[in-house]
Design a protein around this ligand. Structure first.
Ligand SMILES: [Zn+2]
Length: 237
């Protein structure tokens, strides 16, 4: 896993300077299916390599070939749904099969909605809100709790844990590379457990809730993901 992390970091660090096609801000690409003739629209969100053909999502049978490009303005005026080519995060990469991992480590991009734990698009969120008759996706409930309730529970419970293990906890506005978390407005808070650290990101309004040392930048991230939450169970007095 260490090797994959190193290779991934290398790609991310070097891609801006890499001598290769940069499709960002170059409009919308059209892929057309050779069987059903259906069009599929994409744009580059990141710099990287994309395939010349993709499997048709309409007939599930044909192959869609890159045919043409149009401007963002035209795509928007036609109300076209455009799919984004993106580079998976390292956490997402860890969920992919070997073949896709190799693709990504060679600079390859993926369609955003095919990524593991892919966040919903704005359109999908709007549709769900409409069906559930709520204003915001955070107000969506399973009949007992809304997402907002659960997030609030999570932040308070973790703050209580930080308070209980104050000497093992830390928080910072910056990641280990010295950059602001998510570009600003967020911080990272972690607890060092015997099995390694576990961290969350929270919005700046919660900074004061966490009673622990503030570091100039976050400690080293060892690759832990949400499934490693059980590390918190290894905490002892
Ligand atoms: Zn098709």
């Amino acid at each position: 896993m260490k090797l994959i992390k190193e290779k991934y970091d290398e790609i991310v660090a070097g891609i801006e300077y890499a001598d290769m096609y940069d499709g960002r801000e170059c409009g919308v690409d059209i892929y057309r299916c050779d069987k059903c003739g259906c069009n599929f629209f994409t744009r580059y969100k990141d710099k990287g390599v994309t395939p010349f053909t993709i499997k048709c999502r309409n007939c599930n049978n044909g192959t869609a070939f890159h045919e043409d490009s149009i401007s963002e303005m035209i795509a928007s005026s036609l109300g076209i749904i455009v799919h984004n080519w993106v580079r998976p995060t390292f956490e997402q990469l860890m969920e992919l099969d070997d073949c896709m991992v190799e693709h990504v480590l060679n600079g390859g991009l993926m369609l955003e909605d095919e990524l593991p734990n892919c966040p919903m698009t704005g359109e999908q969120k709007d549709l769900i809100c409409k069906i559930a008759k709520v204003k915001d996706i955070g107000d969506l409930s399973d009949g007992f709790h809304t997402f907002n309730d659960l997030y609030h529970q999570r932040v308070v419970l973790f703050a209580a844990l930080v308070k209980a293990y104050r000497t093992k906890a830390w928080k910072s506005w910056k990641h280990e590379d010295g950059k602001d978390c998510f570009g600003g407005g967020w911080f990272i808070v972690g607890i060092d457990t015997p099995e390694g650290s576990y961290t969350y990101h929270y919005e700046e309004k919660y900074w004061g809730l966490f009673d622990c040392i503030a570091l100039e930048k976050a400690k080293h991230w060892d690759g832990h993901t949400s499934k490693d939450v059980t590390r918190l169970l290894s905490l002892q007095e």
